[in-house]
Write a protein that binds this ligand. Structure first.
Ligand code: 13P
Length: 125
């Protein structure tokens, strides 16, 4: 059976949360083929060295758009995007575009840790 793909993205203020989350649910996350924006992927691999994560560009340099394009191509099954709602982001249009494509293609999308925890549990057999 084809492995499901999971994309991980976190704004700077949420990167600790993302690394903690992945470490806590490492066994649930391991079966997925993992993609991440550049810095998020680096932090996740630092925390969980046994996980293999394909790192795309950093968000502000096009990483969000790369993940959006992969969603449009049917290459991403699930998106965990830990959003910082309290800081301005220079690439906010890219952030919105990524969320929009996740909605257009109706893929499961968790925008905070509480939702991601419940969603990842739903993939258990
Ligand atoms: O900016 C991001 C999401 O919008 C994430 O990008 P990085 O993981 O490279 O910080």
């Amino acid at each position: 059976m084809k492995k499901l793909t999971l994309a991980l993205v976190a704004h700077d203020a949420k990167k600790d949360d993302m690394a903690d989350f992945v470490a806590m649910f490492e066994n649930d996350i391991r079966p997925f083929t993992l993609f991440a924006t550049g810095t998020t992927g680096g932090r996740v691999m630092e925390r969980c060295p046994s996980l293999s994560v394909t790192r795309l560009k950093s968000g502000p340099l096009g990483g969000d758009q790369q993940i959006g394009a992969m969603i449009a191509e049917g290459k991403i099954d699930t998106l965990f995007f830990f959003v910082d709602p309290l800081s301005p982001h220079p690439h906010d249009v890219d952030v919105k575009a990524l969320m929009r494509l996740a909605l257009v293609y109706n893929i499961p999308m968790a925008l905070n840790r509480a939702t991601a925890e419940r969603l990842i549990e739903s993939f258990r057999d």
